[in-house]
Design a protein around this ligand. Sequence first.
Ligand code: AMP
Length: 189
Amino acid sequence: MRLVFIGPPGAGKGTQCKRLVELLQIPHLSTGEMLRSVKRQDTALSRWVASYIDAGKLAPDHLVMRIVAQKLQSEECANGALFDGFPRTIIQAQLLDDYLVENGLKLDMALELRVVEEELIQRLLKRAQIDGRADDNYETIRERLHVFRTQTAPLTEFYAAQGKLESVDGMKSEQEVFAAIKACVAKHS
Ligand code: AMP
């Protein structure tokens, strides 16, 4: 199964993705993780990538697609993948669709996790204290939420038009959210 996980920063995507990849036994492709690993190198590319991440802005669409395509070519992704934090723009969604069509593959489902913005800010500020993630400060959090609202949220309509969208209420407990996600997976399997 191939699925896209859409949710604003702080919605609990990371936690639910871990449970989902274990259930489905598919690789977890987090573009945030991939870009942070590029950022940790000491190259011109890493400094360029860092300038986007540290400002809470989106890295360029074609760069992200290139990194994802490299992963998708590996044997472990032959039978499915969970895309976490990708696509983040309509252009990325179109690039992914093109890639999948060209390679005779298909996306089965887009899962949206919904959480209200005030709750997201509280959760992200708490995460900043615990993990010390450089992009979890108040200014960057506001920017990332703005980017989500303007650039990523329209993806729900994009996938609804393809009949692939499922929405889950992310304000419930971790267990309840996962139960709802499992029901969505069953519907599209
Ligand atoms: P995340 O861990 O998914 O919250 O991503 C952290 C940061 O990495 C984001 O704020 C962006 O700067 C960058 N990033 C992650 N995924 C993407 C993507 N699909 N497109 C562009 N930038 C991304």
